[in-house]
Design a protein around this ligand. Structure first.
Ligand SMILES: Cc1cc2nc3c(=O)[nH]c(=O)nc-3n(C[C@H](O)[C@H](O)[C@H](O)COP(=O)(O)OP(=O)(O)OC[C@H]3O[C@@H](n4cnc5c(N)ncnc54)[C@H](O)[C@@H]3O)c2cc1C
Length: 351
């Protein structure tokens, strides 16, 4: 079978890249071995405009969100589902210091649209008393639903192979093309998430994966309406009435095994937040494909032009995936330059 692009992996990266390439009229095939614990399948899907201790907007936030929201809506129309939900995030502020930080940030230019309220006191009787709360405009992507629906769409269009691509089965052809099994493509694009660390062609990239564990909990008496809640952990109401709760950033153990230790850590944070009982329904772990500078990594291998990578979506895959997939598609199809901050060439020059 002849195709223009063979895309390896159908998380958010592979989904968006295949979408933009197909929209541009290219032939694509996607190979994904299906992993229910992939980052995209267990993500809470939150877009949170202010992050870190300093409450700053992430790199290119305004540009990326302005691109991402209409893009998610186009994908929703294609698939006939709703996955993007604009939501206010309620930050439960424990100390005067937190309250002062938010108050100062809410008056900073560029932040007034995002931090709409900062006030003293608690928020909701189901939550323990706090020094104050802040209301931040953000959103939530039902990422597992998007991945499943797009997978179905690819399958129905005959563009999906459910299989693991092993590097020793990938042949770089003298013609400059690439073959895997019976598929011959102009280029193969690796959208493998954290497993890209095992890909010998790209092993010199500065990957810094981190693991997160999460719980699905049932809190029968809790109704937070359309809000997401941020205390010691995030609490995201899911369509079936349960809540997503998590997560941490673990750098020393990179696997998808849930552990009693981190379950306890999430539960301790939940008990500090919630004044009412809950029940754990599920406990999962996954790995975020992060990089040392927390920027994505994308582009064409300088020596083997038929090899391409799209990785490093890290903790902000929902925000970054559509924007950078679009840039990469334009790079592959029209030679548009990529921002130097995300380019892979400097790391691969010797390879
Ligand atoms: C606990 C947790 C919470 C998170 N919360 C958020 C959040 O709130 N907001 C946010 O923006 N981001 C969040 N993230 C991060 C976000 O999920 C990731 O940035 C994003 O999903 C990464 O997408 P990806 O496509 O690069 O990788 P993945 O989702 O890991 O997808 C990679 C895909 O490639 C497949 N694959 C890999 N190798 C091969 C191969 N050789 N052959 C075939 N298939 C292959 C895998 O099966 C998988 O389907 C969270 C992540 C975790 C783990």
């Amino acid at each position: 079978m002849q195709t223009d692009f063979l895309i390896v992996g159908q998380g958010l990266a592979g989904t968006w890249l295949s979408y933009f390439l197909q929209q541009a009229g290219c032939r694509i095939m996607v190979a994904d071995h299906y992993n229910p614990s992939s980052a995209s399948n267990i993500s809470s899907g939150i877009v949170n405009p202010v992050t870190g201790r300093k409450l700053v907007k992430s790199w290119l936030f305004d540009t990326m969100i302005d691109f991402a929201i209409p893009a998610y809506h186009r994908l929703e129309t294609l698939l006939g589902i709703q996955v993007w939900h604009e939501r206010n995030i309620i930050w439960l502020l424990q100390t005067e210091h937190d309250l002062n930080n938010f108050t100062a940030r809410s008056a900073t230019e560029g932040y007034t649209n995002y931090i709409t309220t900062v006030q003293r006191g608690g928020w909701h009787p189901a939550f323990n008393e706090t020094a104050g709360i802040a209301r931040v405009s953000g959103g939530y992507l039902n990422s597992p639903l998007l991945i499943a629906a797009y997978r179905n769409y690819l399958q129905q269009s005959g563009c999906l192979v459910t299989d693991r691509v092993l590097l020793n089965e990938v042949q770089l052809l003298p013609s400059g093309r690439v073959r895997w099994k019976n598929i011959e493509a102009n280029q193969i694009v690796f959208c493998e998430g954290y497993l890209a660390g095992n890909n010998p062609y790209f092993s010199t990239l500065p990957f810094a994966p981190n693991k997160g564990e999460m719980l699905i909990i049932d809190v029968p008496k809790l109704d937070v309406g359309q809000h997401l809640v941020k205390g010691g952990v995030f609490l995201v109401p899911l369509p079936d009435g349960t809540f997503w709760a998590g997560s941490q950033y673990v750098h020393d153990t990179i696997n998808e095994e849930p552990t009693p230790h981190y379950r306890q850590e999430i539960e301790t944070a939940l008990q500090r937040m919630l004044a009412i009982p809950y029940r754990v329904v599920k406990h999962l772990a996954g790995v975020r494909p992060s990089t040392d500078k927390r920027r994505p990594l994308l582009g064409i291998h300088p020596k083997h032009k038929q090899l391409v990578i799209f990785n490093g979506l890290g903790t902000k895959g929902v925000l970054m995936s559509a924007y950078f997939a679009h840039l990469l598609a334009n790079h592959l199809l029209h030679g548009h330059p990529l921002p130097p901050e995300v380019a892979v060439e400097p790391f691969l020059a010797g390879g």
